[in-house]
Ligand binder design. Structure first.
Ligand SMILES: [Fe+2]
Length: 321
């Protein structure tokens, strides 16, 4: 699909997920996990934050980790598809009554529009960005790759998606659909009619952001962020790396029924849930994609190959409540 965005709500207005900021009460442990276990590269430290990147990111930063009393998340930054798209988003947000401020981007991004979803998750949108220029020791052999693949840990390829917890899934999904041009690809609908989760995409990946109902009724929390590996075998290898390094495995490896993602969920030392996922999941080509709805009954069957959904999946989020 090559939708030409004419309005802020058109698909294609957002180009892709850029960076996420995580909070951690265990800064050293978290940085060890992201660099030594996942294989991200640290690019610098500033104002209590550590800047990290996955090797296949053309931009400078994939993840910002900041020390706080509680785990949780800071802003998610999305790259607009053009400077004009950024202006259209500002107008659309203003017209729909969302508060918008302009800030200096802090993760290699230029002027950045800051707003928040209805649940209170800070959301940044930028267009100008710094392309990564690898130092000599990190130069790749192939010129079509931004950085040599780090020879440590899992060696994740990219930040893949963010899964937010929200008190009202539908309101937040519609914010992404109406103000930011996301498309909904799959959802869970309870017998009561309530939407308990919805998967959304800005791209032809079948999802980039997800909203899941926060059963505690809290707002602004994180369920997990996910990093894509090169292949499924990397996720099996990650299991061995995790058990040898006392990284807590919550569930998996297995395959989700929804979106069919091959997955492993672990907790980083700060307490945030991190998913490793296979990147060769489904792509959405249909311009008239039909939203897939899973029922309560279907969800009771568990994951794709029968693994029951672990109880903590419905209770653990950050910050902890
Ligand atoms: Fe996920």
């Amino acid at each position: 699909m090559t939708a030409k965005p004419d309005t802020a709500t058109a698909w294609g207005t957002i180009a892709h997920l850029g960076t996420v900021e995580l909070f951690t009460p265990e800064l050293d442990g978290s940085i060890w996990f992201f660099t030594e276990i996942l294989g991200l590269t640290e690019t610098g430290r500033r104002d209590g934050s550590v800047f990290l990147r996955t090797y296949d990111n053309y931009e400078t930063t994939s993840l910002v980790v900041t020390e706080r009393d509680q785990p949780g998340m800071g802003p998610t930054a999305l790259r607009a598809s053009s400077p004009e798209a950024l202006d259209r988003i500002e107008r659309a947000l203003g017209e729909s009554g969302h508060e918008v401020t302009w800030i200096d981007g802090y993760a290699g991004h230029g002027r950045t529009l800051r707003t928040s979803d209805p649940d209170g998750h800070e959301t940044d949108v930028y267009y100008d960005t710094e392309w990564y220029d690898a130092p000599e020791r990190l130069r790749p052999a192939l010129k079509n790759q931004p950085q040599a693949k780090p020879n440590r840990g899992v060696g994740v390829r990219r930040l893949d998606h963010v899964n937010y917890l929200a008190a009202d899934v539908l309101a937040n999904a519609e914010f992404h659909q109406q103000a930011l041009g996301a498309r909904a690809t799959e959802q869970i609908q309870l017998d009561s009619g309530k939407i308990a989760a919805r998967w959304l995409t800005y791209t032809q990946k079948s999802y980039d952001v997800v909203y899941t109902e926060d059963w505690t009724g809290s707002t602004g929390r994180l369920h997990h962020i996910a990093f894509a590996t090169d292949g499924r075998e990397d996720i099996l290898r990650a299991c061995d790396i995790c058990i040898d390094n006392d990284v807590f495995i919550e569930t998996g490896p297995h395959k989700h029924a929804i979106q069919q993602t091959f997955f492993l969920y672990v907790y980083e030392p700060g307490g945030n849930r991190i998913e490793l996922c296979n990147p060769l999941t489904r792509l959405v080509f249909a311009p008239d994609w039909r939203l897939v709805t899973w029922t309560e009954e279907e969800r009771k069957k568990g994951q794709a190959w029968g693994l029951k959904t672990i109880e903590s999946f419905h209770t653990h989020g950050t910050p902890l409540v």
